[in-house]
Design a protein around this ligand. Structure first.
Ligand code: 13P
Length: 255
């Protein structure tokens, strides 16, 4: 049984007090039900207090936006999985295209991070997605397949069963251009087929695959209604309660 998820990625936005105000507003809004989740991907400064503020909210989790794969050591500026685990963070967004592009994270580094996060008992939200020119050239499925093969297909079945995937076409991130429902469904269906080929149909059916890239209140319901789209990883529209709450509602409406 796979979960539906409305995850916010705040990226590098919000002072401490602005962030905590948003957490409070979301606590007072509609919650996910059943096996579903609302996940708040906050900057590092909010993590501990966001965990504390949401500990009586059974369907909310807090996610970091990055971590290092080493357990500890001389890695100035980095956070380890055990540090995140020690304050109750449950998820880590990994392999985001902004980390790949601006911080030169390779598939190999991302694979190490995914493994470290799973070994630490946290849930990786593994991001994949193609740049515009690759979609225009028509080999977007092959490109994303390569990201999966290098990033997560080295995992054992047991480890693989613990992760969440987010498909985020780079050309749709922060641009206002959303993948059409057909484009999202096509890729999500292909991703599920790749998982089935590698780990079997049962695993494919149990894996949550989120769509990301200009998800907004106006398009969330149509995207989430696609059979292989299990919710969203939301950037800009997750920064305000008035735009994230309708997205949570759109996820809940798919129940
Ligand atoms: P936007 O929703 O702002 O396009 O960002 C998507 C994203 O990158 C989420 O991780």
């Amino acid at each position: 049984m796979r979960s539906k998820i409305a995850a916010g990625n705040w990226k590098m936005n919000k002072t401490y007090s602005e962030g905590m105000e948003l957490v409070e507003a979301l606590k007072n809004g509609p919650q996910a039900g059943g096996d579903d989740w609302v996940i708040l991907g906050t900057p590092a400064i909010h993590l501990k207090d966001a965990v504390t503020a949401t500990q009586d909210m059974p369907r909310m989790k807090v996610a970091a936006q990055n971590c290092h794969y080493e357990a500890s050591g001389a890695f100035t500026g980095e956070l380890s999985v055990s540090m995140l685990q020690s304050i109750g963070v449950q998820c880590v967004i990994l392999g985001h295209s902004e980390r790949r592009q601006y911080f030169k994270e390779t598939d190999e580094v991302i694979a190490k991070k995914v493994k470290a996060v799973i070994d630490g008992g946290l849930t990786p939200i593994f991001c994949c997605g193609e740049p515009l020119h690759i979609r225009e050239e028509g080999w977007h499925v092959r490109f994303v397949k390569g990201q999966l093969e290098k990033g997560i297909f080295g995992l054992s079945a047991e480890d693989f069963s613990k992760l969440v995937i987010a498909y985020e076409p780079i050309w749709a991130i922060g641009t206002g251009v959303t993948a059409s429902t057909e484009q999202a469904q096509e890729m999500h269906g292909e991703l599920r087929k790749l998982i089935a080929d590698k780990y079997g149909a049962e695993m494919a059916d149990a894996t949550s695959i989120l769509y990301g890239g200009s998800v907004k209140p106006s398009n969330a319901a149509a995207l989430f209604s696609q059979p292989d789209v299990d919710g969203g990883l939301v950037g800009g529209a997750s920064l305000k309660a008035e735009t994230f709450i309708p997205i949570i509602e759109a996820m809940n409406d798919q129940a």
